[in-house]
Design a protein around this ligand. Sequence first.
Ligand SMILES: NC(=O)c1ccc[n+]([C@@H]2O[C@H](COP(=O)([O-])OP(=O)(O)OC[C@H]3O[C@@H](n4cnc5c(N)ncnc54)[C@H](OP(=O)(O)O)[C@@H]3O)[C@@H](O)[C@H]2O)c1
Length: 344
Amino acid sequence: MNIAIVGASGAVGQELLKVLEERRFPVSSLRLFGSARSAGSGYAFGGKTVRVEQLTADSVFRDTDIVFTSAGASVSREFAQSITRHGAVMIDNSSAFRMEDGIPLVVPEINGDDALGVLQQPADRIIANPNCSTIIMALPLYAIHRLSPVRRVRVATYQAASGAGAQAMRELEEQHRQIVEGKEVTVSRFAHQLAFNVIPHIDTFTPSGYTREEMKMHNETRKIFHSADLTVSATCVRVPALRCHSEAVWVQTGQPLGTDAVRDAIARAEGCTLMDEPDNNIYPMPLMLSGKDDVYVGRIRKDLADNNELDFWCVSDQIRKGAALNAVQIAEYLLRHAPEAFNR
Ligand SMILES: NC(=O)c1ccc[n+]([C@@H]2O[C@H](COP(=O)([O-])OP(=O)(O)OC[C@H]3O[C@@H](n4cnc5c(N)ncnc54)[C@H](OP(=O)(O)O)[C@@H]3O)[C@@H](O)[C@H]2O)c1
């Protein structure tokens, strides 16, 4: 497969390089793109150094099979046409196209088949990777949904600094250094100092009072589950963890469910790992799960307020399953189910 990564120097781009290598994705050629900032820098892949090219209106993707884009929504929008013009499949990590009709929004363990439709098209083959917090919640939620339809979800997220990119992660580290050294704290990537703080504000506020990140969790979960009745009410919070998002989730189902059945369903669900032994202080935490593939689920319990509700806690590395890994799994799904689409 001839592969390209747009946004190779970023948090997601760097993870894409790792995941492609680790999973031995069949890469016959690799091109890396960025802005003028990283153009010319080199990254190791497959025993060679690949140089970053500057992405411009003249960049041509004629012989490219799959382009992973992770350079933000405006770059995806600006370059989507030139990326997909000659038949390349664009797997986009940004929010640019997620809610557009005709563009599949895919978590392969849930709705992988949705991705296959775009392969019938000669061009404009765009597949959107969902928002990281949405993917992390969707996997255990879907295991429950298969037992009894999920009607209503309330969720509070605890999102790591790296969710805002590589520079945001460095800003959190720098803030800790500045505090220890008694210096003034620099704030540029977040609305407030994140070190020793939590910030109930991710992305911009909408007129409803929810942020755009919170609305993504609502809208995207409905699209992935093909369920227009489902409502997700989210409060998204930035916490001073470096990597891995955590989420406290309250789920209302059509029928009351027992915790044993839910534990069993989550333990068997692809992409989920049950980590639920509160008596031994065993539950998922960001510190121990950085670099892991699965969504880890614990603290499963019946809700005190409603017999049709269950509560759980989940943690996953949002740069992996929330972005790079999910994107590569979409590519693997296409190769497994429609290899003929890539015979040129
Ligand atoms: N971080 C996460 O956990 C996460 C999870 C899910 C989805 N996402 C999404 O993935 C995308 C990338 O996020 P990130 O965290 O990797 O951000 P990041 O660390 O800030 O990296 C941004 C990347 O975009 C490139 N870029 C910026 N402007 C460009 C331009 N005009 N032309 C070409 N490349 C350009 C940068 O290259 P230069 O260095 O050359 O400027 C860099 O490689 C975003 O849409 C984000 O919402 C992120």
